[in-house]
Design a protein around this ligand. Structure first.
Ligand code: RB5
Length: 140
């Protein structure tokens, strides 16, 4: 069973809850790294937990905050993490194909639930193209 590692701050908590439900319904195993309520907290704490777990396990991660931006900035500080902030399905597909993205970042205050779940599905079901795109990743 494919395992997904997920985290959010308070600004992403409600969308994270819906994503977890969606993924479990589809048969994914999901490990939730928090936060566990809408009480104010610090997004870098959860970005770090998920980024380290992605690097340790090789599983894909999903991070949600208010905009998706803070999570992507924080997660991309970890060598080997390619965190992609997506607000549409085209970039969700392309960032898997060309960037071999290993963390998807979403903004609960930006992207509606229906679109966010489509983005998650496409991001999880698109393979990396490899070839010249691997060579470019190796240059980062
Ligand atoms: C929290 O208010 C908000 O700043 C955070 O969720 C995120 O959007 C940061 O980038």
């Amino acid at each position: 069973m494919t395992k997904i590692l997920i985290g959010s701050d308070h600004g992403g908590y409600n969308l994270k809850t819906k994503i977890i439900e969606h993924l479990r319904e589809k048969g994914y195993e999901v490990e939730d790294f928090g936060t566990h309520s809408t009480e104010s907290c610090d997004y870098p704490v959860f970005a770090k937990k998920v980024a380290k777990a992605v690097l340790d396990t090789g599983h894909k991660g999903i991070l949600v905050c208010g905009t998706g931006i803070g999570m992507s900035i924080a997660a991309n500080r970890f060598d080997g993490i390619r965190a992609s902030h997506c607000t549409d399905t085209f970039t969700a597909r392309m960032t898997r194909m060309h960037n071999n993205s290993n963390i998807l970042c979403l903004g609960e205050r930006v992207t509606g639930t229906g679109l966010a779940l489509d983005i998650v599905d496409i991001w999880l079901n698109t393979d990396f193209t490899g070839g010249r795109h691997q060579a470019r990743i190796d240059m980062i």
